[in-house]
Design a protein around this ligand. Structure first.
Ligand code: ADE
Ligand code: ZN
Length: 340
């Protein structure tokens, strides 16, 4: 019997992250540094004042502050530096594969070139692969509070950078903006060879999860918490082994759950859903991947076996090829046997 604590077990466990907004990794310290070199005003006087503003009642409260923060990013180097800071952080947490969202429209609507953003982020991803062998995929999200025509223009711009973008996603304000609003642009994206994912069932109803599955033909559902309100949907997700990218600290901070002890993760696992653990917007929600694993493990008293299953799920649900997935899963199994 190993004496490895749950915390140490999680720290050294090889993991993949599948739900991470790169603009949500922008720490206030780096935000101030980049604002200064770009001569951009920040409405807060100090890092402490910024952090004090991170007290949200819902998704929209958070998004208002998150879009403001991203407004200081101008040069390719800024996007590189923000991405590199995240990669260094999660490399230290034994994340060996990461699939990153970014929101091009948040930047192109401010006059930043599409290529500036994608090249800055991709440059850091490439360097992490060269330096540590950390693999990654990039997922371009459409902002669902904007219209489908704007998403179409964004997709057209992405076609010149197809080699850098694996999938398209859907994020931002969920309620009132159902997946069906983006059916045509997702169809075009699939025709162009992009995989698809979508945020659904975070604040929005189970019906939005059905739409993500049937109309957008997603490979994963981001969040998906409210799927549990619909028994037929749960069965469908199990039958398809459709991954849910669950984000515990995000759910707590955005009041999707009132207490982590009430979090539906255990119920998801017991029902046979392919749930994974992720950090969403770690600079805003108080923790990167390991902090999410630890917080939910403590709240729900997860065993090492259950934590191991979550890490395996993260590779099963990834966009890696099946051979690499199996290699990673074997690695996790071996680690778990040596440390349980
Ligand atoms: N953009 C960044 N984080 C998000 C979240 N949790 N839900 C929807 N859009 C987002
Ligand atoms: Zn998200």
């Amino acid at each position: 019997m190993s004496t490895t604590t749950i915390q140490d077990f999680i720290s050294a466990l090889p993991k993949a992250e599948l739900h991470l907004h790169i603009e949500g990794t922008f720490e206030p310290e780096l935000m101030f540094e980049i604002a200064k070199r770009n001569k951009k005003e920040i409405k807060y006087k100090s890092i402490e004042e910024v952090k004090a503003a991170y007290d949200f009642n819902n998704l929209q409260d958070f998004l208002n502050i998150y879009y403001q923060g991203a407004g200081v990013l101008i040069e390719e180097q800024d996007f590189y530096d923000m991405t590199w800071a995240y990669l260094e952080k999660v490399h230290s947490q034994n994340v060996i594969h990461t699939e990153i969202f970014y929101d091009p429209q948040t930047h192109t609507d401010r006059g930043i070139k599409f290529s500036t953003v994608v090249q800055g982020i991709s440059g850091a991803l490439k360097d992490a692969e060269a330096k540590w062998g950390m693999s990654s995929k990039l997922i371009m999200c459409f902002l669902r509070h904007l219209d489908e025509e704007a998403a179409m223009s964004t997709l057209a711009e992405a076609l010149d950078h197809k080699d850098l973008i694996a999938a398209v996603g859907l994020d931002s304000s969920e309620e009132g903006h159902p997946p069906s609003k983006f059916q045509k642009v997702f169809e075009l994206a699939r025709q162009e060879g992009f995989l698809t994912v979508a945020h659904a069932g975070e604040e929005g109803p189970a019906e939005y999860v059905w739409e993500a599955l049937n109309l957008l033909q997603v490979s994963r559902v981001d969040h998906g918490n409210r799927s549990l309100e619909d028994e037929k949907l749960v069965q469908e997700l199990i039958d398809r082994q459709m991954p849910l990218t669950v984000c515990p600290l995000s759910n707590l901070k955005l009041k999707v759950v009132s207490d982590l002890k009430q979090h539906p993760l255990r119920e998801m696992l017991e029902k046979g859903l392919l749930a994974t653990i992720n950090s969403d917007d770690p600079a805003y929600f108080g923790g990167y991947l390991n902090e999410n694993y630890l917080a939910i493990s403590e709240a729900l008293s997860l065993s090492k076996k259950e934590i191991t299953q979550l890490a395996k799920n993260s590779f099963t649900a990834s966009f890696l090829d099946s051979e690499t997935k199996q290699l990673m899963i074997n690695k996790i199994e071996q680690y778990s046997q040596e440390n349980s």
